[in-house]
Design a protein around this ligand. Structure first.
Ligand code: PMT
Length: 391
C-alpha cells in the first residue's frame, strides 16, 4: 500500500522511542521509503544506527551537518509522522519554533502529518499542551492517541503512545487514495454456524480472512463499510461497522437490513447451504441420534441478485479445481456482476491462509487470472474491478 511513498519519521526524546524502530520497519514492509530524523534527546534513548540498519537509509540528527536537509527532506516527503512526540516538541511545533532538525523540517513541510504523543499524564493534561494540541489540530494535523494505561514512570493515566500497528494503519489510511468516498460497501465474511442442539452444529470452513480483508481495504479507500460476519476469531477492522451473526437466517436478515443504502455488495461468506430441520433446546443423547434431517437455507446472494437495482453485486465461488464453468453458471444464476473464483485445493489459496489465488469473471465472460497475492491485495484488485465496471 505504501510502495514508492516517502515517509519522514520524526523521533523525539521519550522512553517510547524504541517503538519507533518497529514503526519504521513496518512502514518499510508496506513498501515505503522511510527517512528518520531524531532529536538529540531521542538519540539518548535509542541510537541512530538502529534506525539506519532497519530503514537502510541515512538517519538525520544534526541541523548543521547537512545544511539543506531541513528543506530537501520535507520537499520529497508524502507524510510526516512524529512518533513518539513529547510535550516539548508538540508545544514547539505549535508555536513555530525551529531549534532542531525536526522543528525546522516541520516549518518547511506542507503535506499530510500524523502526531503520536507520548508523555506523563500530568504533562498531557497541562493547559499549555492542551492548547497547543488544539491549535495543531485546527491546522489539519492528525493526532493518534495517546492511550490511557500504565506509564513509564509507574503512574496510570492518558499519555501512552498508541500501539505501533495503530500508527502504521493511520499512515496507510492517510496515504490511500479515497476512491470509494461517499460509497457504502456491504461485505459478508466468515462461516455460518447452524445449531443442531446447544452443543453441536454444522458449518462451512472459513476463517473470515478474505471478507475481512475486503472490508478493511474498502475502509482504507474511504468507503462506509458494513461487515456482516459469521463467527470468527478475527479482530473487528478499525472504523468498520461490524454486525456479528451466527447462522444463515441471521446473516440473511442482517444483509437485507443493510442492503438499502449500499452501493457495492461483496459476499465472501461461506454460508452453510443446509441447516437442521429442528434445533433441540437440550443436548441430544448420542445414542438417540441416528440421522439428521436438513432443510435448505436461503441463497442470500441469489435473493439479492433479484432485487439489486443499480448495485454492483460480487460473489465468491469456492471450488475444488479451477472450475470456470461452475463459477460462470453461479454468476448467471445469481445475477452477479463479478464472481471471484478461488480453487481451494491450491497451495496458498482459499481457507485460513493470508493469501489467495483468484480468477475474476465478469458478466461478459471476461476471465482474468491473478497470481498468488495477500488477501488484502486480492481485496484491492476486486475493488478496482468493481470501480472499473462503473467507468
Ligand atoms: O474466510 P477465509 O478462510 O479467508 O476463506 C475465504 C473463502 C474461501 C471462504 C472465500 O474466499 C470464498 O470463496 N467464499 C465463498 C464460499 C462459498 O460459500 O462459495 P459458494 O460457491 O458456496 O457460494 C457462492 C456465493 O453465494 C458466495 O458469494 C456465497 O457467499 C453466496 N451464498 C452461498 C450460499 C448461500 N446460502 N447464500 C449465499 O449468499
Amino acid at each position: 500500500m505504501l510502495k514508492d511513498r516517502n515517509i519522514l519519521l520524526g523521533v523525539t526524546g521519550s522512553i517510547a522511542a524504541y517503538k519507533a524502530v518497529d514503526i519504521s520497519r513496518r512502514l518499510k514492509d508496506h513498501g515505503a521509503a522511510v527517512s528518520v530524523v531524531m532529536t538529540e534527546a531521542a538519540a539518548r534513548f535509542i541510537t541512530p544506527y538502529t534506525f539506519e540498519a532497519v530503514t537502510g537509509n541515512k538517519v538525520y540528527t544534526d541541523l548543521f551537518k547537512d545544511p539543506f536537509s531541513h528543506i530537501e527532506l520535507s520537499k520529497k516527503a508524502d507524510l510526516f509522522i512524529i512518533a513518539p512526540a513529547t510535550a516539548n516538541t508538540i508545544n514547539k511545533l505549535s508555536c513555530g519554533l525551529a531549534d532542531n532538525l525536526i522543528t525546522n523540517l516541520w516549518l518547511t513541510y506542507e503535506g499530510l502529518s500524523l502526531i503520536a504523543p507520548a508523555m506523563n499524564f500530568r504533562m498531557y493534561r497541562s493547559p499549555s499542551v492542551k492548547k497547543h494540541i488544539k491549535e495543531l489540530k485546527k491546522n489539519g494535523v492528525q493526532f493518534i492517541g495517546p492511550d490511557t494505561g500504565s506509564l513509564a514512570c509507574g503512574e496510570e493515566g492518558p499519555g501512552r503512545m498508541v500501539d505501533v500497528p495503530v500508527i502504521v494503519e493511520a499512515a496507510v489510511m492517510a496515504l490511500t487514495e479515497k476512491d470509494l468516498h461517499n460509497k457504502n460497501v456491504l461485505v459478508t465474511a466468515g462461516p455460518t454456524v447452524e445449531a443442531i442442539d446447544p452443543v453441536r452444529f454444522i458449518s462451512n470452513r472459513s476463517s473470515g480472512k478474505m471478507g475481512y480483508a475486503v472490508a478493511h481495504a474498502a475502509k482504507r479507500r474511504g468507503a462506509e463499510v458494513t461487515l456482516i460476519s459469521g463467527p470468527t476469531s478475527l479482530p473487528e477492522p478499525l472504523g468498520v461497522n461490524t454486525v456479528n451473526v451466527n447462522d444463515a437466517d441471521e446473516m440473511e436478515k442482517a444483509v437485507l437490513k443493510h442492503l438499502t443504502k449500499s452501493h457495492y455488495v461483496i459476499m465472501a461468506a461461506a454460508v452453510a447451504d443446509f441447516s437442521p430441520l429442528s434445533k433441540a433446546k437440550v443436548k441430544n443423547r448420542k445414542a438417540e441420534i441416528t440421522s439428521l434431517e436438513l432443510k435448505k437455507n436461503t441463497d442470500i446472494i441469489k435473493k439479492i441478485g433479484k432485487k439489486k437495482g443499480k448495485r454492483v453485486l460480487t460473489g465468491f465461488a469456492a471450488e475444488t479445481g479451477n472450475n470456470i464453468d461452475s463459477a460462470k453458471s453461479k454468476l448467471k444464476d445469481k445475477n452477479l456482476d463479478l464472481i471471484v473464483l478461488n480453487d481451494i485445493t491450491r497451495e496458498g489459496a482459499g481457507f485460513d491462509v493470508d493469501t489467495n489465488i483468484v480468477t475474476i469473471i465478469d458478466k461478459k465472460s471476461k476471465i482474468d487470472e491473478y497470481p498468488l497475492m495477500s488477501k488484502i491485495d486480492v481485496a484491492n484488485v476486486i475493488l478496482d474491478r468493481i470501480l472499473d465496471l462503473k467507468k
